[in-house]
Ligand binder design. Structure first.
Ligand code: COA
Length: 506
């Protein structure tokens, strides 16, 4: 049964334990691992490595597609194995180590990592550790629930360890579309003009001689932790659907809106859920992560096709999807993240991007990553790949966080991930601001009127009006621009009146 999954029989001799395979990873190496947003990560070898490093200290530079599941970032951090980590993470232990300066974290646009490798602007991986469903007759690797950066890591690395996960259905084979762009400056256009175009191979083409170890595992991906929509996220979804309806009415969008991208997390998932109750149909997705909402929309007959680079699902949805893969087979493609997030394709297809902000300011600059300008949350992920090149770039957030102690709309963002030039529509549960074609002073009026929470609206208007008196194209009171963040750090709240916060949390 296990051997059936290694169809290149010459590779049967490479089967070994995770502990043996982890010995190929040496101190100082750059390691490329599979895994994207807690889906499809190699599971046993990183765990064995973390165990080994506890007794035999060493450091590696770890690159992945995005975040790892099954607590692997936590275990590797606790073991002290990580010197450098890129390009994304979501783990609280690793986050702490990054913010303490113990792990050097390179927060990167997710489409760019392998492009930088290809141009030798980053150190090439010495070894790749890739989760697979199977190895083909040619010795090529069939990935599992994510493609991420696995293809390029395997192609660039000198050695490859493959983890064959018996828990993943062999029916995943055929879902992937592996296309690797050629070298610049003679690169041809990527031949993808529709979300469902297949342009590559179903397995990662490598020289099988590079495979130094094959490990069998039997462990599921971590389940997604997204929560059900709440009152605020449902309101955000409602405003966005309302906006889409008006765009269609004004003939600025086709009736099926064009391909959609939705970011990670609770809010983006809830927004997509909002489309379930709408009248929109024949929707398509050209996105990065496919979450529960994607499959709920397919089941409801509203979404015709979804292209992504990973699938991360709740326990409920996981069984529904992976036990019924035949039902979804002709509606799904998983691509390398370089292609799922490629600026050329995002611009060509006219994607509507929907990503989540931690905070945005009165002129439309967005901070998605740094709490109070200094502490890393998760990373920029693919949000910049999409926002910069989208047909319409939407950012969503609740207008307040932490029981009202934080206003998500601030005078000036404490860190900028997406500049005012890359942001079209801002949505909170209060309403939406359409910033297209507006000058900074006009944008501020829309944002204060439609997005700011009522508890902060007067203070924001006061700031803006006094800034306007001082003048400038983008008026600010520099000595006050971060006063809201400073108040949060020193007094625990951006609010001047503490009684408001008490009543909100009651
Ligand atoms: N300041 C500090 N903390 C804030 C905040 C702010 N302005 N706004 C929200 N938060 C906190 C919330 O309170 C919550 O904290 P908790 O985990 O302790 O409860 C946490 O941030 C997550 O917020 P939540 O409201 O649950 O939103 P989410 O799950 O949708 O995540 C982001 C929001 C911004 C963290 C997440 O979307 C992200 O990392 N985005 C950047 C990467 C990205 O966009 N990738 C997708 C590209 S395809």
């Amino acid at each position: 049964m296990q051997l059936d999954r290694i169809r290149h029989t010459g590779l049967h001799q490479k089967i070994m334990s995770a502990e043996q395979a982890s010995e190929f990873i040496k101190d100082g190496m750059t390691v490329g691992m599979s895994g994207f947003t807690r889906a499809g990560e190699a599971k046993a070898v990183p765990r064995a490595l973390a165990e080994r490093v506890k007794n035999n200290p060493m450091k590696i530079n770890l690159m992945t597609g995005a975040s790892l599941g099954n607590d692997l970032d936590k275990l590797l951090t606790e073991s002290g194995a990580l010197a450098r980590r890129m390009p994304f993470q979501v783990d609280s232990t690793l986050r702490k180590a990054i913010n303490n300066g113990d792990v050097m974290f390179i927060d990167q646009h997710l489409s760019e990592t392998v492009e930088l490798l290809r141009n030798h602007q980053l150190t090439m991986p010495d070894i790749a550790v890739i989760e697979a469903v199977a190895i083909t007759e040619e010795g090529h690797i069939v990935p599992t629930t994510s493609v991420g950066n696995s293809a390029s890591f395997s192609i660039f690395a000198k050695q490859v360890i493959v983890e064959i996960n018996m828990l993943h259905s062999p029916k995943l084979e055929g879902l992937h579309d592996i296309y690797i762009p050629s070298y610049r400056p003679v690169r041809q256009p990527i031949p993808l003009t529709k979300v469902d175009d297949r342009i590559g191979s179903t397995a990662i083409p490598i020289d099988p001689a590079k495979i130094v170890g094959i490990v069998f595992t039997n462990q599921s991906d971590s389940f997604s932790t997204v929560t059900d929509p709440d009152e605020e996220t449902a309101a955000i979804a409602h405003h966005l659907v309302n906006f889409f309806e008006q765009e269609v009415e004004q003939e600025r969008l086709p009736s099926n809106l064009g391909p959609l991208q939705a970011g990670i997390g609770n809010i983006a998932n809830a927004v997509m859920m909002g489309l379930l109750e709408s009248d929109f149909k024949d929707l398509t997705m050209y996105s990065e992560v496919l979450q529960d909402s994607t499959f709920d929309l397919i089941d409801a007959g509203k979404l015709n096709f979804a292209s992504g680079c990973s699938i991360i699902l709740s326990e409920r949805c996981n069984a529904q999807v992976f036990n019924n893969l035949d039902k979804y087979r002709d509606k799904l493609i998983l691509r390398p993240q370089e292609i799922s997030n490629h600026p050329e394709i995002v611009r060509r297809l006219g994607i509507i991007s929907i990503n989540t902000a931690l905070e945005f300011d009165i002129y439309g600059n967005v901070n998605s990553t740094h709490v109070c300008g200094t502490k890393m949350m998760n990373g920029i992920g693919g949000s910049g790949d999409f926002a910069r090149n989208a047909n319409i770039s939407v950012f969503v957030t609740k207008s307040i966080a932490k029981n009202g102690a934080i206003s998500s709309v601030v005078p000036m963002v404490s860190h900028v991930d997406h500049t005012e030039h890359d942001v079209d529509i801002l949505v909170t549960e209060q309403g939406y601001a359409d910033l297209r074609g507006l000058a900074p002073r006009e944008r501020a009026v829309q944002i204060i009127k439609y997005c700011v929470h009522p508890d902060y609206r007067a203070a924001m208007l006061d700031y803006f009006e006094r800034a306007c008196q001082r003048g400038g194209h983008t008026p600010h009171l520099l000595e006050e621009a971060f006063s809201w963040h400073i108040r949060l750090e020193t007094q625990g709240s951006m609010q001047k009146d503490q009684s408001v916060i008490r009543s909100l949390s009651a």
